[in-house]
Design a protein around this ligand. Sequence first.
Ligand SMILES: [Zn+2]
Length: 218
Amino acid sequence: MTFYIGRNNDNDLKLASPSVSGEHARISISDDYQSYVLEDLDSTNGTYINGQPVAKKELSKKDKIILGKEEIQSEKLFKELKSFIHNKRTDFSEEFSTLQMLERSFQKDKDKANKFFKIKSAALRLAVTVGIMLIVGQFTPREYRIYLMGGIGLIGTVISTLSMSEGRLRNKIEDLTVEFMSSFSCPKCEMELAGKSWKYWKSKKNCPKCKCTWVKEN
Ligand SMILES: [Zn+2]
């Protein structure tokens, strides 16, 4: 992938300054999108990185880049490059495959919460049982009643602790769901995918909206 910079309209980054040539420089982007090599295209006023004139040099995020007399903020340039790559790229199969893990961990968290609710209802049933025992306890021998009372106190504590964390857990599940819905989306166009399973989308192979590749054909 190549990114062009200059004064002409057909550049990927257009600079209006008269000191910048029509086709001033280009940036070659490596196949893994990790390295960017800036190359001057025989411009009239030259290209400078950190004060040094350059013909060709790999860019780093802290470089001070000047084309002609125009300084380009490297932060802004790297942002431009990122969105350029995002728009040009069609293969998002790697990112798409990570969505499966996302779906799995969301399911796991939800199952964990449901398990908690089951434990809670079991505890409530136990409390009711103890309550009944208390009534029946009127008829149990005096020496056993002390254990019964202690047991009731303990159950009460357990239940109030459980109901407190139930509220927190409900909030947590809500947060998890919101987070899942926003991240379970097409890696390119961010179309929401949460309505259907990862497996379903996998069978489509491409995004129906932006047409990017989710699953590579063998
Ligand atoms: Zn898409």
